[in-house]
Design a protein around this ligand. Structure first.
Ligand SMILES: C[S@@+](CC[C@H](N)C(=O)[O-])C[C@H]1O[C@@H](n2cnc3c(N)ncnc32)[C@H](O)[C@@H]1O
Length: 399
């Protein structure tokens, strides 16, 4: 465990183009954490209660030294790092409590850093390298959608939004800044959100696949970006979401699919990048992410009871081979992101397939070399899929 406490200034560019500065304190040593507090707001109310998220007047940002750890009546017995002895718990609530320092005890493996809470649940790194790529992806995705945070028609003044698997919270922070009357909740396995947050945004450390849903109800939108493929029990998560959306509310999944495509025959049959990504898909499925790479998500949403399910797919070139300027710059970012994705696959996922050492290095080198070849016109698909709860009930209401 690295024994240090560092602070750094992180410029945060909101999608409105307004640059603000947030200070992120990186605590790699949990023993250096300030004692978690049990503020009234964090511990004595149901986190789903509207008043909990009401911004204090006159202030547009909150500083939080604590993340909220969602805790239901079940204990996290399978979490070897969750030691109740170092949790300052409020026994009057089964909603949330201040985060235990143990969630900061990250796992280090294959030269990368992974989440500590529910250690091993999610096989992708959460280190700063990964967070920087996620930030790049955020701006790239909002460019792709011409600045829209979602494609679902949730109306101009949403009141409650939940971002599940929020990561660094970059999407949710932008949304909270833009919709200041909305209460925005972000949940994740990793406490990697910045310390300075909009007052209408709250973060919770939580596993969205566990039995209970502790985030209240009445949501206009449940948003998942690059989380769906990682889930082990999508059906359970969707059932929880369905139950806690308001009638007429939406779920939306936004995902960059891992398949490499080419429509004009310029990619050879044994393309090293394509082969690498196929292995990556297999590895993730081996690790329990059974819908990783699944192309048909519509059925899954419909089976969960969602109506009016729409799928929008956008092809994004890898590299600068496309003619159109916007696609060229999208393709350049896609290539940079893919480079990181290769590294993530080559760590835990490849190890799960027994691909280690020289074999791993060779596959990585070959895929990276292939990516530098401008001749194949390869692309990936970014997919937006959304569905609505209870349009039938709405119709019955208006009749
Ligand atoms: C690829 S990152 C995307 C982060 C963020 N949605 C974004 O697009 O910037 C996936 C995130 O999902 C989170 N995640 C994966 N499985 C989860 C689970 N079972 N419960 C909560 N969060 C989860 C991971 O910790 C990670 O931060």
């Amino acid at each position: 465990m690295v024994d240090r406490l560092t602070s750094r200034e992180e410029p945060h560019l909101s999608s409105a183009g307004k640059a603000t500065t947030t200070t992120t304190t990186v605590r790699d040593d949990p023993t250096m954490m300030s004692a978690p507090s049990t503020s009234a707001a964090s511990s004595s109310q149901d986190p789903g209660a509207g008043s909990l998220y009401t911004p204090s007047s006159g202030s547009t940002e909150q500083r939080t030294d604590e993340f909220h750890f969602v805790r239901g009546s079940e204990y996290d017995e399978d979490d070897e790092f969750l030691d109740l002895a170092d949790t300052v718990a409020d026994t009057t609530s089964n909603g949330s409590t201040s985060v235990t320092p143990s969630v900061h005890r990250f796992e280090f493996a294959y030269g990368r850093r992974y989440h500590g809470y529910k250690c091993g649940r999610y096989p992708w790194p959460n280190d700063h390298f990964e967070q920087e790529i996620e930030a790049l992806k955020h701006h790239w995705m909002t460019e792709l959608t011409d600045g829209q945070f979602w494609l679902a028609d949730i109306g101009p003044s949403p009141q409650r939004i939940i971002d599940i698997g929020t990561g660094s919270g970059i999407w949710a922070i932008d949304v909270a800044d833009h919709y200041q009357s909305a209460h925005v909740v972000g949940t994740d396995l990793s406490p990697i959100q910045p310390q300075w947050l909009p007052v209408n945004f709250r973060t919770f450390i939580d596993d969205c696949e566990r039995e209970q849903w502790p985030h209240g109800s009445g949501y206009d939108l449940a948003h998942f970006r690059d989380v769906f493929p990682m889930l082990r029990n999508v059906e359970h998560v969707l059932a929880q979401v369905f139950q806690n959306l308001r009638i007429g509310g939406y779920v939306e999944f936004q995902d960059v699919l891992p398949h490499i495509h080419c429509d004009d025959g310029t990619m050879c049959d044994n393309d090293a990048l394509e082969q690498f990504m196929q292995l990556g898909i297999r590895a993730m499925q081996t690790l329990g992410c059974r819908l990783f790479g699944a192309t048909d998500i519509k059925d899954v949403l419909e089976a969960a009871g969602f109506e009016n399910v729409q799928v929008v797919s956008i092809k994004v070139p890898i590299g600068t081979w496309a003619r159109e300027q916007k696609l060229k710059s999208s393709g350049l970012v896609m290539k940079a992101m893919l480079d990181d994705v290769l590294d993530g696959f080559a760590a835990k996922p490849f190890a799960a397939l027994g691909i280690l050492g020289d074999e791993r290095d060779q596959l990585l080198t070959a895929a990276r070399a292939s990516m530098k070849d401008p001749r194949p016109h390869r692309y990936m698909v970014t997919r937006f899929c959304y569905g609505q709860k209870g349009t039938d009930l709405m119709r019955m209401d208006s009749d």
